[in-house]
Design a binder for this molecule. Structure first.
Ligand code: DGL
Length: 229
């Protein structure tokens, strides 16, 4: 029996539409409501307290609109607010961190995974923790290389994804991956980053990563909510 009515999806802004698009494609019959908290964008540089408060307000709004399950599409909110939401609300709530780690660990052959995200996401170490808890009872031998890319969100918001300035900044950030020749999988740990995928492919290719698998949180979440819909 189907237990879920409408699914609410939220992000700090429009980036989460990359997640909604993937979910709508996978589950065309499922009703979704999307909320982009543009008044508070970007979350990636806000305090944990602010992100948690906003996430609660949005969850209250969703529940008052008959939403019965929530996808926290924003990586920054998933990193710092998910536990607080789950403690307060008695409906299924899923974030993007654990699903992305699950998909990345299924994808990598070399066990060397990169993750790029906002300052908040990377500083929270949520991806590292997820990797540890996923393999709690095993010696997993995965290597996770994390790089914060705080300028990517404003560049995407400006629509500058293919410009010289964005390439220069991407070369600077991605240099941290250059020495990891066995890197074969990169998690796009922010909803805005799929929009930069062509830029990232070119830059990482120039650093010798010619055959990288890119993990998008929309695909990762779709795998996990199959039981809901
Ligand atoms: N949507 C946010 C995320 O996925 C990035 C944008 C922001 O900083 O608000 O982390």
């Amino acid at each position: 029996m189907k237990l879920i009515n409408k699914i609410g999806i939220f992000d700090s802004g429009l980036g989460g539409l990359t997640v909604l698009k993937k979910l709508k494609k996978r589950f065309p019959e499922q009703p979704f409501i999307y909320l982009g908290d543009l008044a508070y964008l970007p979350y990636g540089s806000k305090s944990d307290k602010t992100i948690i408060e906003r996430s609660k307000k949005i969850t209250d709004f969703f529940i008052s609109n008959n939403v019965t399950a929530i996808v926290v599409a924003c990586n920054s909110a998933s990193s710092v607010a998910l536990d607080a939401l789950r403690a307060l609300y008695n409906i299924p709530i899923i974030g993007v961190i654990n699903p992305s780690i699950a998909l990345a660990t299924q994808t990598t052959k070399t066990k060397t995974i990169g993750v790029i995200g906002t300052q908040t996401t990377i500083a929270s170490k949520s991806y590292d923790e997820s990797l540890i808890t996923s393999f709690r009872n095993e010696n997993h031998h995965y290597k996770l290389i994390s790089v914060a890319c705080p300028l990517f969100v404003p560049l995407v918001e400006e629509g500058w994804e293919q410009t010289d300035i964005t390439y220069s900044i991407a070369y600077k950030y991605c240099k941290d991956f250059e020495s990891y020749s066995d890197l074969d999988t990169l998690i796009l740990g922010c909803t805005h980053y799929p929009i930069l995928i062509q830029t990232l492919k070119k830059v990482l290719n120039d650093y010798g990563h010619t055959n990288l698998s890119f993990i998008e949180c929309g695909d990762a979440v779709a795998d996990k909510i199959q039981d809901w819909v």
